[in-house]
Design a protein around this ligand. Sequence first.
Ligand code: HEM
Length: 457
Amino acid sequence: MDSFLLIAVFAVLLSLPYWLPPLVIRLRMNIFTRINGEEAIQLPGNGFDAEDFKALYAHPAMKGRSKGAALSDLFWYWLSPGPEMHPEHLEQSERYRKLAGFSHKIMAISRKDIESLIDQYQDDPLKLGLGPKSKWTHIRLRDAFMSLWADFFYQVVFKEKCDDKTRKLIVNHAKDVVNALKCVKLRNMRRRKQLTNFLLEKLSLGEFPHTFPDGLTHLEQAHYLQGTFFNTAIVQMSEAMAHLTLVVAQHPDCQERLCDNPDNHYLDDVINESLRLHPLFGIAHRIATETVEFKGKTIPKHTVVCFNYPEYHKLDYDEPTRFDPGRWEKCPIKESNFIPFGVTANRSCPAQGLAMVSMRQLTKHLFRNYRFSSPIVHTRSLPNRGPCLVFSNQSTVNRRLVECIVFPLMKIRDRWEDLFRSIMQLFFGTAMILHAKKLRLCDRYFEKLEKPAFSSI
Ligand code: HEM
């Protein structure tokens, strides 16, 4: 009897990584919904198809970004300090228009100049993140790209080289934000404020080569730069490259073609297919600023409307969950259900051009230098940061042999990490929601804004 019990306990323990993480995720989602108490509509779904998704996303009443949604306090908490200066979360206003125009100005860089900036990393694109090339090593893709993007965006913003100390400061900040957003760690405001102080110093020394729109304090300027270029830019580009590299690592034919000096068309098809399958936004939301009557349905004013990118990107494709860059040869992007950078009519990404050109150039250099391989299940949210083996392309090591030994270990490790991570996410997520509800950053900001003495831009 004792040995039967022992075997049963052992079996339950061993099987934990297979059934506990999905259970914890469901529990976490329930807690999130209960605490936030949102009355949200999800699209596509609820009788809204792909056409409705597009029409509603572009609807003039879908303009609210933060004010009036309980969820906004949480987003502002995650993006602090200075969430009120992040263009993504500003309401339509004079301040928003000026800052959106300013973002476009900083990002107005010619294709040739973007490519030359990326060419700095051509001999060893992962060197800044991993140190000098080794024959083969185990990496986390998202981490491996962060230093490169920190270096790149520092040069985009300040038009000067980035030193090691500054790069580290930016990477620490971006990691802190993305880890809190994914609820794998609590936020660390001390670390984030180190970057704010650094930016404040650069601004007061007059070392920022652009002129800000009038009416912003130095602290507001520092927060704008911190949120847009040293958080969103670094996190989005590192995640985009991590997804792209992981999906290619798991499709050897595609990897061979990329290593073989591919043309830009094929590169774009691969990048687009990666963004279709793994869009960086899971959900983008808007708050209805008016009541909308749409196809016999009523969406009341103040409703939070959630646009689900991964679901939309699956509609009307053959085998939508299959990675198939070739589909783009037959399928014009403009006519497809594909909006990795949002919809032009409603605040799409200002960095689309910069992101596509730099990713394409970096991808060329990446597969000229390395081969990648990974047995890990590839998920959109990538909480494991993309475990992967990377081989220098000059290395003579037997890749198959390494994979036979290391792959099973990587899979076991990933399963167990997933178990512990999902439990930690439950705790950290709940703690941060409660803290955000207590601080009410967004609510308080709008209360204060409505008082007459507040700054006008
Ligand atoms: C592959 C990389 C990227 C992807 C796929 C991406 C995707 C998106 C999407 C889908 C939106 C619109 C979300 C919505 O409708 O609410 C957006 C907005 C935005 N993105 Fe990106 N992004 C990327 C890179 C970047 C970079 C590098 C920057 C900064 C340099 C950036 C800055 C912004 C800003 C400021 C907004 C808010 C625009 C507004 O509300 O006016 N993004 N991005």
